[in-house]
Design a protein around this ligand. Sequence first.
Ligand code: ZN
Length: 398
Amino acid sequence: MWRELAPIGRHTGSGGYRRYAWTPADADCRAWFRAQAEDRGLAYETDRNGNQWAWLGDPAAGDAVVTGSHLDSVPDGGAFDGPLGVVSSFAALDELRARGARPRRPLAVVNFVDEEGARFGLACVGSRLTAGQLTAQDARALVDADGVSLAHAMEKAGQDPDAIGADPERLARVGAFVELHVEQGRALDLLDRPVGVASAIWPHGRWRFDFRGEANHAGTTRIEDRRDPMLTYATTVLAARKKARLAGALATFGKVAVEPNGVNAIASQVRGWLDSRAADEGTLAEVVTAIEQAARERGARDGVEVSVVRESFTPVVEFAHELRDTLAALLGAGAPVPVLPTGAGHDAGILSAAVPTAMLFVRNPSGVSHSPAESAAEDDCLAGVSALADVLEGLACR
Ligand SMILES: [Zn+2]
């Protein structure tokens, strides 16, 4: 399976993947998924939002155990983010058959469409639509960088955009969803363990900081006379790192816009975007407030006006405790399995509002993700398959 997927959507220059929703590369991934389902005699279907499902057993029976992930990528993404979960799901079903396990509950593998949001700018479109967290109207109106709407792109790919929308009947058939994913961090590597169970997805948000000073000549304006917003911005970046480190949180200024952006001009305005995440919403609020306070204090000294606008916020996702504990018990026969939080969003996070949801993570030695350098050792991937098979067997076959 891995060898078949490897060349699809791979950019020869960067070595990274460019598998964007409803493009030819995506269509090739989807054809691969369908072939994997049919080769195994699984009942294949595409739902109203374009998510792909492969069923073992009768979906109408309800209380299904569903596993899977996504096959699309970020620009120049790695091979593992998404596909590892889908490939491991099919491999885990194969493992169940090899063990002679007999499912009492229906089992399914799912490929959620457009998880990364690389093309239309919104992540988890397939799962959001299904869970009713994105309206059909808003989804159809999303446009890519070339001005092509999601509706048009779906139509071109043979999927009816008029049919999209919430799918409560489908979700009502799902008793549990388990997503296996490559870890996007080094927690498992630091613990020297191949597989872990997710506890929660950290709350996160984006804030826009505007620093307004006064444009002037870099060569003639005395230091004492300057109102330089770059200084305030620079101090704020350092403060963000310090406040986050002290609180055990994360804070990143990764995007900045400078006006007039001239080499020999003191800037009139610097606009920086803060991405911050923490284990709980209280800590996150404290960190951002502390960064904002540091910005205002420094701004007052620099003669720079500071304003802060929250542009987005996603609350904490606590995975279903009972399911999480069941997974930990199923996998903890030898030694307790690590239970870890993550700072990254997933379809599992979207679905968790509607169905009991859990995640398994597979060790990523470098911790690098969303890059061609993303990696996982074959032994660890096989440990992931075995863990997922244990989970599916424990949930569906006993
Ligand atoms: Zn992913």
